[in-house]
Design a protein around this ligand. Structure first.
Ligand code: T3D
Length: 266
């Protein structure tokens, strides 16, 4: 893989890093190179303490149309059945897991259609800010597949089982007014204000105590598979860690000195 990526663009503005999916001719369909470049970029962002908020968006009129279907056809060998599971395990699952577990806030700035694995990718992010003209399609059913890349996990948790079933069974396009009403997105903004509104929110998140945000993400992820007693104990353990951060000390000091805190993410 060359050093500078060819299917994504990476830009930094202070502590906010924006990764733009950049295959606009196919509405940013994921091919193998893009999935590799994305994974590498997210791992690098994870290690870089200067990055305190990660934003994903798409170039052109789409966010992502999911798996590149032309590449699927190339991969299929007529003599042998197509084995999609190993492709998912190798290419998508580690990326989705990394986004869910990276200890920094992750925003999907959804500029257009998010379909199939492109929808799953947006759902894996912590926050979704959508342009008015964006849409969400669990397109898998239209090509005879089951939702993957975490959609069957995230979707019912975000919008409830009945709505998730309907979206997944029918592949119906969900426009942003409905997406906002059912809790699929956090915010809908006019198309021409998406970049600005995302940047504003991302800067706000990047200024917060990043360690505490990372630990919060850990706690909420864990809550999905815990009982209350276990979760209470886990919160106590995480709070011990948070309580020993510089940002906790700064927060308390700033409060008592009646000034705004300056958090360093440590
Ligand atoms: O391999 C594995 O690991 C399995 C994993 C599977 C995960 C999945 O994501 S399965 C689901 C894959 N995605 C889809 O089925 C969605 C396919 N796309 C669409 O249904 C539509 O394009 C949209 C509803 C997203 C948008 O419709 P529209 O009318 O706005 O745009 P369009 O004209 O259909 O697409 C514009 C161009 O993008 C077009 O190319 P052209 O004709 O201008 O040269 C179209 O072919 C291309 N394109 C759109 N989606 C894909 C794509 N090319 C390759 N792969 C795509 N997914």
């Amino acid at each position: 893989m060359p050093d500078s990526p060819s299917t994504i663009l990476i830009s930094n503005d202070g502590a906010v890093q924006t990764i733009t999916l950049n295959r606009p001719d196919s509405l940013n369909a994921f091919n193998d190179l893009m999935l590799k470049e994305l994974s590498k970029a997210v791992r690098a962002a994870e290690k870089d303490p200067a990055v305190r908020c990660l934003v994903f968006t798409g170039a052109g009129r789409g966010f992502s149309s999911g798996q590149d279907l032309a590449e699927v056809r190339e991969r299929s060998n007529k003599d042998q059945p197509l084995e999609l599971g190993s492709h998912l395990r190798a290419m998508y699952n580690p990326l989705i897991l990394k986004i869910r577990t990276i200890e920094k806030p992750v925003i999907a700035s959804v500029n257009g259609v998010a379909a199939g694995a492109g929808c799953s990718f947006a759902l894996a992010c912590d926050i979704r800010i959508a342009a008015e003209s964006a849409s969400f399609i669990e397109a898998f059913i239209k090509v005879g597949l089951v939702p993957d890349s975490g959609s069957t996990f995230m979707l019912p948790r975000l919008i409830g089982v009945s709505r998730a079933m309907e979206m997944a069974f029918t592949g119906r396009k969900i426009k942003t007014d409905e997406a906002l009403r059912i809790g699929l997105v956090n915010q809908v903004v006019p198309d021409d204000q998406l970049a600005e509104e995302t940047a504003k929110f991302a800067r706000k998140l990047a200024d917060l105590p990043t360690r505490a945000i990372g630990l919060t993400k850990r706690a909420i992820n864990a809550a999905w598979r815990a009982d209350l007693e276990t979760q209470l104990d886990y919160e106590a353990m995480l709070q011990t860690t948070a309580g020993q951060t510089q940002d906790h000390r700064e927060g308390v000091t700033a409060f008592l000195e009646k000034r705004q805190p300056t958090f360093q993410g440590k």
